[in-house]
Write a protein that binds this ligand. Structure first.
Ligand SMILES: Cc1cc2nc3c(=O)[nH]c(=O)nc-3n(C[C@H](O)[C@H](O)[C@H](O)COP(=O)(O)OP(=O)(O)OC[C@H]3O[C@@H](n4cnc5c(N)ncnc54)[C@H](O)[C@@H]3O)c2cc1C
Length: 832
């Protein structure tokens, strides 16, 4: 019998659901009901390989996996139920020099994140895993604290602990629908009646998408076939062998009793082509697919020659849900308040659920995430991503990404072309190489005809002189200079010295309109938005901790109307943040008009000359000052021109009705041919904004970073009340312990991508958030937070000797507290 009401109902008793129940009760919430349609762990969990790695690519994700490992290690003691935890360590082998660079990056980051990891030789790798072939290896990474569990036992133990603390765990109950009223979840309807609840948590694994769709919620995930085999006993194999990974061969392996488990993350794999996930697919597997497994098997036999002659006891072909970007889905859904999700685990749900359940429980209890969880936030996808045809194509690629090289700027190959600017085909015809952000195809850079005369003269990245342009719009990935760098240099230079046009159509655009629009924005924005009509304001939106929920531009377009421009990635999140903070009775309607307008950036010293040729508006400084905006004629079109810049040069962003984007673009290009007008892409925006010290949300700014740490106090109006002010005032009094700093490498040769550790006087103090090549400053450029518990003062920065780690080498870097490039005086500053 199910109860009639509860505070929290959790739908799905896999490892994720059991973990949420465990943590909610651990945090003191006892009125928790967990419903499982079959038996605990019977979905995807029971047949997992059970590998628990601690290290992920970001701090937050590593904290989550660390928490999982610690919980699993203590579960038997806590509950009396063994989960088979064995801390066997893991070894990741590398056979190419690029892979070794990646492993070095991994180990360097591990040190910063508090995970023990080190590079070992090929021979040492063989010593740890005596059955592997090592003669083709260049080395390996060794992580001694990784471990493994028996996956089907973990939800049982977690649920046992939750029960002991008061939760009800009920098996054999199927949830048929999520009940809701006025945009909030109110409970569930089950095959045994209704259950009212204040909070509903959906942890239904691959079933989650269909259940969510029934109440209008988008959870873009889709099941993929994931394979491993287990051998008969093999001499020399034993259960305590470390977890082994050979990413170059797309395989993993570990001891399983006296045999070996060999699993695969093939580059491309198969979605499970079912119309609907069967309700009764519990403790079941798909048919073995030996044909698809031939390649991993051959790879396994190469790496572990003993596999040549053995028999196989088991072939596991298990469906597991994957998402469009290989990160899971977590948090409160934007469509329904009080409906939380934790699902779509992309084959890392064993390693991550223990910790993810903790952070979801905190999120539910506190009403906001307790650390930056943007990479897994369910609000990173709009409805566009929940198209089944798209998902079926994209997930074939995401599974393999676990082991593909984590190239900087790597772009998806599948599921492309979903959201295009009106200029897309024109830009493609001119050599645009597109990347994708939130589904939008955005030009990253432009290939050039081989005959282009070198526009690199005067670019300070002098070592690029003579390097050929990439003439095909395809990136050749590498950790060092990629093929497009000369093209990027030319675009960067065009914006600095002449005029460049950027298609920024993918930016998210909202209109907030209504009697209380000013009141609402004044409450949410750190900066003062009560400005004259036509004025633009740069501002942050802050959470209660004073961290950036977003940073955006607000333009007052009428007494009670604002146009809001924010990043391409965060349209759902920002829309949700603003609307969820409206108070009852307030009159302010937010409308997403992203698809109605294109944004063209016209940037560079010749931008005014160019625009004057095509508009009757007065663009002089007194008539059109910085941060003003107005409707102007442009050729035969009408656009809103905003005098603003994200690249540090004179320029205007043009907000163009989508149907006039082509007209405006053609008008500009025709008028600017003698002014050196050039197409430029998002890579150029990145390097230009770094040289000018402009921060990017999602890189330098996150919900964990405050404006004081980020050096953005100038955009705070302390005189008014706003969300987050209290926390910020406290921090202002106490002083900051981390500070955002700009770095330029002294050697002009290497490039930076972000994610590189920063050393001060030989001690690690942080890592870069984003990086690029600064063609005007003549070296690799990056921004990153440096930490100092005693106070991250300007003096701490000025007095340090900084180095940035690339691969296995530390490169001396100049630290800047002010942007190294001063566009007013057109010069490069030597120091900060
Ligand atoms: C072959 C293979 C190997 C793997 N190896 C590893 C590994 O080594 N390490 C690792 O970290 N991860 C691994 N994984 C991934 C891991 O198994 C999953 O990420 C994880 O089990 C997902 O857990 P979950 O709780 O989200 O989903 P599930 O385990 O599927 O749980 C969801 C539960 O919800 C229930 N449910 C669904 N709908 C309803 C409803 N309407 N009403 C009531 N109940 C419902 C289901 O019955 C199910 O029990 C592997 C996966 C596969 C396929």
């Amino acid at each position: 019998m199910i109860p009639k009401e509860t505070k929290v109902v959790i739908v799905g008793g896999g490892i994720a659901g059991a973990s949420v129940a465990y943590h909610l009760t651990r945090l003191g919430w006892k009125d928790v009901v967990l419903l499982e349609q079959n038996k605990l762990g019977g979905g995807t969990t029971w047949h997992a390989a059970g590998m628990v790695g601690r290290l992920r690519t970001t701090n937050s994700m590593t904290k989550i996996n660390q928490a999982s490992a610690e919980i699993y290690a203590g579960l038997e003691k806590e509950t009396g139920h063994s989960v088979g935890w064995k801390q066997v360590g893991s070894v990741i082998v590398g056979k190419s020099s690029e892979r070794m660079v990646q492993l070095h990056r991994t180990c360097a980051m591990a040190e910063l994140m508090g995970v023990e990891a080190g590079i070992i030789s090929a021979e040492e790798a063989r010593h740890r895993w005596p059955l592997i072939r090592a003669d083709d290896l260049l080395g390996a990474a060794w992580l001694p604290h990784d471990g493994k569990v028996i996956p089907r036992e973990v939800p049982i133990a977690l649920a046992k602990a939750a029960r002991q603390r008061g939760a009800q765990v009920i098996e054999g109950v199927r949830v048929l629908g999520i009940e809701h009223t006025n945009g909030r979840a109110t409970g569930v309807l089950t095959d045994q009646g209704a259950l009212e609840a204040e909070f509903v948590v959906l942890t239904g694994g691959m079933w989650s998408r269909e259940l969510a769709l029934r109440c209008g919620v988008n959870l873009p995930l889709y099941p993929v076939e994931h394979h491993y085999v287990v051998t008969d006993p093999i001499p020399g194999a034993f259960d305590e062998l470390p977890l082994g990974r050979d990413p170059d061969l797309c395989i993993y392996f570990r001891g399983e009793g006296q045999g070996i488990m060999l699993g695969a993350f093939q580059k491309f794999t198969k979605p499970w082509l079912v119309e609907k996930i069967p309700d009764d697919f519990s403790f079941k597997l798909l048919e073995p697919d030996w044909e698809k497994y031939q390649e991993p098997l051959a790879a396994g036999r190469w790496r572990i020659p003993a596999l040549e002659k053995c028999g196989f006891e088991k072939f596991v072909n298990g469906p597991e849900s994957f998402t469009a970007d290989n990160n899971w889905l977590m948090g409160e859904t934007p469509e329904l308040g009080n409906l939380f999700v934790l699902t779509g685990f992309n084959s890392i749900g064993i390693a991550s659920s223990g910790g993810a359940g903790k952070y979801l429980a905190e999120w539910i209890i506190e009403g906001q995430p307790t650390m930056d969880l943007w990479s897994v936030d369910v609000r990173r996808f709009g409805p566009w991503a929940n198209n089944r045809a798209f998902l079926r194509e994209r997930v074939t690629e995401t599974l393999g990404l676990h082991y593909q090289m984590a190239w900087p700027n790597r772009e998806f190959e599948t599921g492309r072309g979903l959201r295009k600017s009106p200029l897309h085909d024109r830009l493609a015809a001119q050599g645009a190489c597109f990347g994708v952000k939130n589904g939008w195809e955005r030009p990253n850079w432009f290939a050039r005809a081989a005959s282009s005369s070198s526009p690199l003269n005067g670019v300070r990245g002098g070592s690029l002189q003579g390097q050929p342009f990439a003439t095909k719009p395809a990136a050749e990935y590498s950790f060092s200079r990629q093929n497009w760098l000369p093209n990027h240099a030319a675009e960067h230079q065009a914006a600095r010295e002449q005029v460049a046009v950027f298609d920024q159509t993918g930016f998210s655009k909202f209109i907030l309109k209504g009697r209380d629009a000013v009141t609402v924005l004044q409450r949410l924005c750190g900066n003062n938005v009560e400005v004259p009509i036509g004025r633009a304001v740069y501002t942050g939106l802050f959470n209660h901790r004073g961290g950036f929920e977003s940073d955006l531009t607000v333009i007052r377009t009428a007494t009670a109307e604002f146009s809001i421009i924010t990043g391409s990635a965060q349209s759902v999140r920002d829309f949700n943040w603003i609307t969820r903070n409206l108070r009852p009775g307030e009159q302010a309607a937010l409308v997403d008009v992203t698809s109605a307008f294109s944004i063209l950036g016209v940037m560079g010293p010749n931008s005014r000359t160019l625009l004057r040729r095509v508009t009757e508006a007065d663009l002089s400084n007194p008539a059109f000052p910085f941060l003003d905006s107005r409707l102007i004629t442009l050729g035969q079109a009408m656009v809103r021109a905003v005098r603003i810049t994200y690249v540090g040069e004179l320029g205007w962003e043009l907000h163009v009705p989508a149907e006039q984007a082509v007209l405006v673009y053609d008008t500009l290009m025709a008028a600017g041919s003698d002014l050196g007008i050039a197409n430029a892409g998002h890579y150029a925006i990145n390097s230009l904004r770094l040289e000018k010290g402009f921060r990017a949300w999602g890189a330098e700014l996150s919900s964990d970073d405050t404006p004081l740490e980020a050096g953005l106090e100038f955009a705070i109006d302390w005189k008014k009340e706003f969300l987050g002010r209290e926390a910020l005032l406290k921090q202002k009094q106490a002083g900051i312990q981390r500070r955002l700093v700009l770095f330029v490498l002294e050697d002009p040769e290497p490039v930076l991508w972000g994610g590189e550790p920063i050393y001060r006087d030989g001690v690690p103090v942080g890592c870069t958030a984003s990086g690029s090549y600064g063609h005007t400053v003549g070296g690799a450029i990056a921004m990153g937070y440096v930490n100092c518990a005693a106070g991250a003062t300007p003096e701490f920065v000025r007095s340090g000797r900084f180095e940035i780690v690339i691969g296995d080498r530390r490169w001396p870097a100049r630290a800047h507290l002010r942007p190294p490039y001063d566009p007013e005086r057109k010069r490069v500053l030597a120091d900060g």
